[in-house]
Design a protein around this ligand. Structure first.
Ligand SMILES: Nc1ncnc2c1ncn2[C@@H]1O[C@H](COP(=O)(O)OP(=O)(O)OP(=O)(O)O)[C@@H](O)[C@H]1O
Length: 661
């Protein structure tokens, strides 16, 4: 990720400044304190000329159970004296005392007379406080922690902040940690920075000048360079000032990027360098606005026959506005259908790139199911079949080969769709650089990678759209899976000793294929009779052994295409309940009815893999359960936790259980 990259010098200065100002995030309580004085309607007319008694009455009335909670929250303590409440709510002490006595008489508030100290008050029902939203800001870290955020708050935050983590506790409270990164500000969907700041202020308890200043600065950065199509047809790079074009462009762009200046702030661009220019300026901290006229492609006659869901409509709208982007949603969240909706909205010839032949087939089926397109308008282009039609579905593998360059050139594609965008092989990436003049849509369930290709995806394809997974779970379209890490002991001392004395990859393999996992898989399957289950493995021999012990098929990269399809079909139809699957099953193959996933090994892999596996069961139908088996006392424990953290960051709750020997 690009948190600290390139040209963030100015923001660093700001960070230091706010640190020096003593607003350090470490003392969280301090930050909250500021916010709570603003309890509504308190004590406003105390000095009105209508008589002291009236004023006193009004002040007294303004102290309600609700505002008492505000005062406690502001104090950061479970009890408060009348004096503290009075100060927080800006009323006289006698009014506060009278109101609290009244609340105590109603039974809403309890009181304790502490010897030689003033009376303290506390709420009788803490639950009421526990269900309230609480927002804490750490301005210097640009972090916002929200307890029990409302739907409104989450929707606002999702527009300009990144959900880093959610933590569940036994009592069911949930803290959401958001961070505002530069790229979040750059990609925020507002017409101007004031819109963004209004949204920010609507969720934060108080104004944070440094934070706002930093956001303004980032916003400015994102609006300093612009590419547009000149009326004579060539592309122009425009900078906000002469010196910017001079210094930033000169320092960061390759010599042949700009052909010639056409004014003090504009230069004629070498079209073959456009992708490189965008990437270089992004890395320098100046994302480029791309206002070029995009090729629409030959128009196609297509209508949607399925109604998009509201959030899908939102994705498509954002896409059309930005003309490029990546739909980021968990498996089953309707990215494919939203992409088909986008295709219909763009209405131009479309090239869809997918990682496997199976997916090409599924795309064709989905296109036929959700649009008025007929089979003659859709072509598949891969090892098995090579038809270029108005809507063409090709595999990355074929599209990446030099001898298939014609695929990109024979038609005026108006839209290019990259399915499983985190999977794009580099030859296709470099070819995509030549395709900058099209609408580009990526789809990804898991944009996080161990390598930092995320930037590459977002600069070459477009900004993420729809990354607020939690809201999706809440809307009920995707089921939040239960994820459980089960720590399985070694079968016996011999197995443990073999692990301890091995090293490197062998050690990792021993932990992964701990034979005790087989018994655990059996137990889990037996506990969920009738549920369709996929068991994922890393090693072929382990897969074979588990399959043999359970008397079920094992599907790996070595399984022939036809056989694989046959088994998957049987699984879909419900004729098979359990399949053991090696890595091939991770992506690109649709297993719609999996209700239970058991990850037996593969924990050394990337976070992306963890999310894909867990994601396999995040389907709208059936209940969703994911078990991750990790060998106790091995490096797998840590791997499991790391992978699952990724899920936790997406708002998914993870449980841990230790299996007894
Ligand atoms: N607007 C809609 N109306 C009705 N059904 C929908 C709609 N959107 C999606 N679905 C259905 O929900 C399921 C999942 O949708 P889709 O395949 O688009 O998800 P996805 O995010 O692309 O999943 P994956 O990442 O696994 O490919 C499909 O069965 C699809 O037909």
């Amino acid at each position: 990720m690009s948190d600290g990259h390139g040209g963030s010098d100015e923001s660093d200065v700001l960070t230091d400044a706010s640190d020096a100002g003593g607003v350090d995030g470490a003392g969280g309580g301090d930050d909250t304190g500021d916010g709570a004085g603003d309890a509504d309607g308190t004590g406003d007319d105390a000095e009105d000329g209508t008589g002291a008694d009236d004023a006193e009455d009004a002040a007294e009335e303004s102290v309600s159970l609700e505002t008492f909670f505000d005062a406690l929250q502001a104090e950061g303590r479970p009890v408060a004296t009348a004096q503290q409440v009075a100060r927080r709510l800006d009323v006289s002490q006698s009014a506060a005392r009278a109101a609290l006595d009244r609340l105590a008489a109603n039974g809403d508030v309890g009181r304790a007379d502490v010897e030689s100290d003033p009376v303290v008050f506390y709420p009788e029902r803490w639950d009421d406080l526990a269900t309230r939203e609480r927002v804490v800001v750490f301005p210097s870290r640009r972090e916002i922690v929200v307890d029990r955020p409302t739907q409104y708050t989450r929707a606002q935050l999702a527009q300009f902040a990144h959900l880093v983590d959610t933590s569940g506790t036994e009592s069911g409270t949930r803290g959401y940690l958001y961070r505002i990164r530069q790229e979040d500000v750059w990609a925020a969907p507002f017409d101007d920075v004031d819109g963004l700041l209004a949204s920010l202020r609507s969720v934060l308890p108080t104004r944070h000048e440094h934070l706002e200043e930093w956001i303004r600065d980032q916003w400015k950065r994102a609006h300093r360079f612009r590419l547009y199509t000149h009326e004579d047809g060539y592309v122009v790079l425009e900078a906000a000032s002469e010196s910017l074009l001079g210094t930033v462009a000169e320092d960061h762009l390759a010599d042949d990027s700009l052909r010639a200046p056409i004014s003090e702030t504009e230069a004629w661009v070498n079209e073959s360098a456009i992708a490189a220019i965008k990437r270089a300026l992004y890395e320098a901290g100046y994302p480029v606005e791309d206002d070029r006229d995009l090729e629409e492609g030959e128009p196609i006659d297509v209508d949607l026959t399925t109604d998009l869901r509201e959030y899908q409509e939102g994705w498509v709208e954002t896409f059309l506005e930005k003309r490029s982007g990546v739909y980021v949603g968990p498996p089953g969240s309707g990215k494919t259908v939203a992409a088909i909706g986008t295709l219909a909205a763009v209405g131009g010839e479309t090239l869809i790139l997918v990682p496997s032949r199976e997916l090409a087939g599924q795309w064709e089926t989905e296109l036929l199911a959700h649009t008025t397109l007929n089979a003659e308008q859709i072509g598949q282009y891969h090892g098995g079949e090579k038809a270029i039609r108005p809507v063409t579905i090709a595999t990355y593998q074929t599209a990446g080969m030099d001898r298939h360059r014609q695929l990109f050139d024979t038609r005026e594609w108006g839209l290019i769709v990259y399915d499983e965008a985190h999977h794009i092989p580099s030859p296709v990436f470099s070819r995509s650089a030549d395709l900058q003049a099209k609408h580009r849509l990526g789809l990804s369930a898991t944009p996080v990678r161990e390598t930092d290709n995320e930037d590459e995806i977002y600069t070459l394809i477009g900004p993420p759209i729809g990354a607020d997974w939690d809201a999706l779970f809440e809307a009920g379209f995707v089921q939040e899976p239960e994820v459980e890490i089960r720590y399985v002991p070694w079968r016996d001392d011999d197995a443990r000793n073999a692990y301890v004395s091995a090293d490197g990859r062998e050690r990792y393999r021993l932990a992964a294929s701990n034979p005790a996992k087989v018994a655990e898989i059996r137990t889990l399957l037996a506990a969920q009779p009738g549920r369709k289950a996929l068991v994922f493995v890393e090693y072929l021999d382990q897969g074979e052994r588990i399959a043999e012990e359970l008397s079920v098929p094992f599907i790996s990269g070595e399984t022939r295409h036809a056989e694989r399809s046959r088994l998957f079909d049987a699984f879909r139809e419900g004729d098979r309940r359990v399949l053991v699957v090696s890595r091939v099953g991770d992506e690109g193959i649709d297993l719609p009815n999996a209700e239970l996933a058991i990850v037996a090994s593969g924990l050394g892999g990337s976070r992306r893999q963890g999310a894909q596996r867990a994601g396999r069961t995040m389907r709208p139908a059936g209940s969703a359960l994911v078990y991750v088996l990790a060998t106790r006392g091995s490096a797998e424990e840590e791997f499991a936790q790391r992978q699952m953290r990724h899920l936790a960051q997406k708002g998914i709750r993870v449980r841990e259980t230790t299996v007894e020997s």
